[in-house]
Design a protein around this ligand. Structure first.
Ligand code: CAA
Length: 389
């Protein structure tokens, strides 16, 4: 049975900060952020957006009435969830009016969460071929103002509809995994900002890539020649390139040129959004599919997922015939074009505005937020979400 990605949607908040201006404000050479790190714009979430609303907005843009009826499993990958008990998936299920006969859960393993969700979805579809699974990867990446990680923040969500006979990409069965208990990046329960050992995290990301790539090659007999492109989890767009470069000497000049050229397409959305943790790999895939218009059906795309702490996985997919007809390219172009730049000062104010942590009720002004689904406040310790339509 063919199982894979039937639809893929994306949402990011309407505000961003320019990385050149952030660099100047931080007394850093702009080229460090734009070339050294590889980021141009960083999406900023207003207080009216959180992991739940970003995911709900991403899914809202792609689901039709038949999908809503057929989805019987919502799996929400996030590392910036809003509740220690109730899953973010249940909120999204309610906001989108999905079929009540559904299972809803949240999964966590840093940026690997959405990949775990996809693999769970594949197993579910194998047993229930008529059903569809909604997989969400949604996060707000926060390291803090004036921190080493500040230039690698971001906010956004990707929604993937997983089904049998998918319209976009069939996920192949071979994959390779690697887990090791390390402290490269983590977020204690009491902190709304991540802690990170930056250099160590970079090294481990590459080490895990080499482990799973070598294992995958051995299991499958595939090499670089078999891939049209390889998409990476992109905490910042230079990171995937560093990993890719470590294996390029395994291929011909042609392989090298093709993979490097396609890497450019696969990083474009990410360099304008920043890190969205669980959704980053799938934003990169979306960037490649939306922007590389002549990518042929039948092409194999490699996918490297990395979640600090850490779990790495390499797997792959094959593009279906006419896949382009099922992309939402115009929706994404419009999203990028309608964003508003904020100054570094405004970004600092927005970043510092957080919900009370003592349970005080709060009502938020949602008229300034163009998103269909927003957080409107907190009442009696309960988050109040609104679908404006
Ligand atoms: N022009 C061009 N390039 C310049 C430059 C200039 N003027 N100045 C510096 N650079 C280059 C440096 O040479 C360096 O390039 P290389 O990495 O190729 O050597 C690059 O800019 C970055 O410079 P530094 O290494 O000095 O940067 P830093 O120490 O300030 O921080 C960082 C970089 C470690 C990524 C930091 O932003 C960070 O900690 N980010 C969060 C952690 C992270 O994203 N880790 C990634 C792996 S973990 C993961 O993937 C999970 C996840 O999502 C978090």
């Amino acid at each position: 049975m063919k199982i894979g990605i039937d639809k893929i949607g994306f949402y990011a908040p309407h505000l961003y900060v320019d990385m050149n201006k952030l660099a100047v404000a931080r007394d850093v050479e702009p080229a460090k952020f734009t070339i050294g790190i590889g980021q141009e714009k960083m999406a900023i979430a207003p207080i009216t957006q959180d992991a739940v609303t970003l995911a709900a907005n991403a899914a809202f843009g792609i689901l039709d009435a038949s999908d809503k009826e057929k989805i019987d499993y919502v799996i929400f990958g996030t590392e910036s969830g809003v509740d220690n008990s109730k899953s973010a998936a249940v909120y999204v299920h309610g906001l989108l009016g999905l079929n009540p006969h559904a299972r809803c859960v949240e999964v966590k393993q840093a940026c690997y969460g959405a990949t775990a969700a996809i693999q769970m979805a594949k197993g579910h579809i194998a047993l229930n071929p008529e059903s569809k699974v909604l997989v969400l990867g949604s996060d707000i990446a926060r390291y803090g103002l004036h921190t080493g990680g500040e230039s690698t923040q971001g906010a956004g969500a990707v929604a993937l509809l997983i089904s049998a006979d998918p319209k976009i990409m069939v996920l192949e069965d071979q994959n390779s995994l690697y887990t090791d208990d390390i402290m490269d990046f983590w977020r204690p329960i009491y902190s709304d900002k991540a802690y990170v050992d930056g250099k160590f995290s970079n090294e481990q990301y590459i080490l895990f890539f080499n482990k799973v790539w070598e294992d995958y090659k051995e299991k499958t007999g595939f090499g670089l020649k078999d891939f049209e492109a390889i998409c990476y989890h992109l905490p910042y767009t230079k990171m995937g390139l560093k990993a890719l470069r470590t294996v390029l000497d395994q291929g011909t000049e042609e392989d090298k040129d093709r993979l490097l050229a396609n890497y450019e397409f696969s990083k474009t959305y990410n360099k304008n959004i920043g890190n969205i943790y669980t959704g980053s790999l799938y934003l990169s895939l979306l960037s490649l599919l939306d922007l590389k218009e002549d990518l042929e059906a039948g092409s194999r795309i490699g996918l490297y997922s990395y979640g600090s702490g850490a779990v790495g996985e390499f797997f792959s997919g094959i593009l279906e015939a006419n896949y382009r007809e099922h992309l939402y390219v115009n929706q994404h172009t419009e999203l990028f074009e309608s964003r508003r730049e904020v100054s570094v000062e405004e970004y600092e104010v927005i970043f510092s505005e957080t919900l009370p942590t003592d349970g005080t009720n709060v009502e938020l002004e949602i008229d300034h937020d163009p998103a269909v689904i927003c957080l409107a406040g907190v009442n009696g310790h309960s988050r109040q979400y609104i679908n404006k339509l």
